[in-house]
Design a binder for this molecule. Structure first.
Ligand code: ZN
Length: 121
């Protein structure tokens, strides 16, 4: 069985991403919640990357349910810790219970989020 526990800081060191793969760009002014709905990944406070099962938006907040059935209440903020983590692709480890498929991690690794995305919408 494959060991899915990675102890590195940058996801690009973890994933053997194909160099010639098309880069995906998210434009600035991108809604943070919409971004999460697209990438379906959530970095927890401890730096564990979870797979998102569902997002329920309630006004300016959203409830995230991960595949390992953890719930997180989040704010729609580009300055949030999670937003920074996703932008910089920091990562301590991948949640072993969420079973995030490799292709999804590779897609994330090849995604470039511009610095000021989600500024105002
Ligand atoms: Zn998880």
């Amino acid at each position: 069985m494959m060991d899915r526990t990675y102890k590195v800081k940058n996801i690009e060191n973890v994933i053997s991403s194909k160099k010639d793969e098309k880069k995906r760009y998210y434009r600035k002014n991108y809604n943070f919640f919409e971004l999460l709905k697209k990438i379906k990944l959530w970095p927890s406070r401890k730096g564990i990357l979870h797979g998102i099962k569902s997002i329920t938006v309630i006004g300016n907040k959203a409830e995230i349910t991960t595949h390992c059935n953890e719930k997180f209440m989040i704010r729609n903020s580009k300055n949030s810790r999670a937003s920074r983590w996703l932008r910089n692709k920091w990562l301590v480890k991948v949640c072993p219970r969420c079973k995030i498929p490799q292709w999804k991690l590779e897609k994330y690794a090849s995604t470039i989020i511009t610095q000021d995305y989600g500024a105002k919408f």
